[in-house]
Design a protein around this ligand. Structure first.
Ligand SMILES: NC(=O)c1ccc[n+]([C@@H]2O[C@H](COP(=O)([O-])OP(=O)(O)OC[C@H]3O[C@@H](n4cnc5c(N)ncnc54)[C@H](OP(=O)(O)O)[C@@H]3O)[C@@H](O)[C@H]2O)c1
Length: 348
């Protein structure tokens, strides 16, 4: 299958390009960039020197993309996919959008969380939230995939076994996420400049973090009622990786065995979820997922009802490009793991 990467010069675009060098059923035939048009791929993605020898970045145009590719990955900033998605769907392409522009099903949520009126509310109901662990069957028929946010992915995957097992009570779910600097994208900004960011840990966007909307939507959908969640991301001095710690007060006493069974039932057959329980590494650690599409999950208990649920991902892989390719594989009828079988790097 011929694939377009739109916004190919960014970190997520580069990660998509890296994954497709390993994909046997699909190849990147067009990579768009407004700022690097005409230049070779390795002029931006230095790690891809020697790959994509015949390809250069080109400026986006519907004509060029639709003539050259069957499916399009959009790795554009939030708000920039809004008008591109409908025109790509119109010409019959499969679209995988990695921004937040089509992730929320309820149009009113865009007003509440993003502060704008969504111009295509009808498309929101057609978009499939691209988390295979919840929406695998819908993804098999999807024409529009809205790939989840990285903090939302880690948070949802940490909590999901508790939701599917009916353990989520009425108390709010409190989530902390620690995330590496590549979450902020490749455009430099002063707070994410190396001298400001290196060697420090700090919260950011702690009030009404937008990824909460995805957590509430997806976990609420599983438990069949509204849930309340609060999420605070923290910038930590690493490049990749996101670790979610979710505090969930169960609606009844819950034992270790029941939790082990819940995680095994939910994730036992999942190709990219690993349950971490054994010493010496008892809890997920971002270090051991970097470069891979794995999410490592686990839990701890305090008292009879407090469950601390953990998930570690590589934000650019399971948190972005890897997960998007996993969802695309399902939509295209390919093996779900195609292009994504590389194990994590170690040491890193
Ligand atoms: N980084 C992560 O961990 C992560 C995880 C999950 C989802 N996402 C989402 O994935 C998308 C891409 O993220 P990223 O980290 O790859 O960002 P990035 O490094 O900043 O890349 C965005 C790309 O979009 C292009 N672009 C087009 N119009 C633009 C505009 N008006 N302003 C800025 N850039 C524009 C830029 O390339 P040209 O200017 O060359 O065209 C740029 O390379 C975002 O929606 C992000 O929220 C990111």
């Amino acid at each position: 299958m011929r694939v377009a990467v739109i916004g190919a010069s960014g970190y997520v675009g580069g990660e998509l390009m890296r994954i497709f060098t390993m994909h046997r059923d699909a190849e990147v035939t067009i990579a768009t960039s407004e700022s690097s048009a005409g230049r070779p791929i390795h002029s931006v993605h230095f790690n891809l020197r020697g790959y994509y020898r015949g390809l250069r970045f080109t400026k986006y145009s519907l004509d060029a993309v639709s003539k050259t590719a069957d499916a399009a990955f959009l790795a554009l900033p939030h708000g920039r996919s809004l008008n591109v998605v409908p025109e790509l769907l119109e010409v019959g392409m499969t679209v995988i959008d990695l921004s937040a522009d089509y992730r929320l099903r309820n149009p009113e949520d865009y007003e509440r969380w993003y502060g704008f009126t969504h111009p295509y509310p009808d498309l929101l109901s057609r978009a499939v939230y691209g988390l295979p662990e919840i929406h695998r069957e819908e993804l098999r028929r999807a024409k529009l995939i809205a790939s989840p946010g990285c903090n939302a992915t880690a948070s949802i995957l940490a909590i999901l076994p508790l939701a599917t097992s009916g353990l989520i009570g009425d108390d709010p779910i409190i989530i902390d996420v620690k995330a590496g600097s590549s979450e902020a994208g490749s455009r430099p900004s002063l707070p994410d400049h190396h001298p400001e960011r290196e060697g420090t840990v700090r919260p950011y966007s702690p009030e009404g973090h937008r990824h909460v909307a995805e957590v509430v939507q997806e976990i609420g959908g599983i438990v069949g009622r509204g849930v309340t969640a609060y999420l605070t991301p923290h910038a930590v001095p690493s490049v990749r990786g996101a670790l979610a710690t979710a505090y969930v007060i169960a609606d009844r006493d819950v034992g270790e065995r029941e939790l082990i069974a819940a995680y095994a039932r939910t994730y036992g057959k999942e190709p990219f979820i690993r349950i971490v329980r054994n010493t010496p590494i008892r809890y997920p650690n971002t270090k051991y997922v970097i470069g891979s599409n794995f999410a490592d999950v686990s839990f701890a208990r305090e008292g009879k009802r407090l469950i601390k649920a953990f998930a570690a991902i590589d934000n650019l892989m399971k948190g972005a490009a890897g997960q998007a390719v996993q969802a695309f594989n399902l939509a295209a009828g390919f093996d779900e793991t195609e292009g994504l079988r590389a194990p994590p790097l170690r040491p890193v």
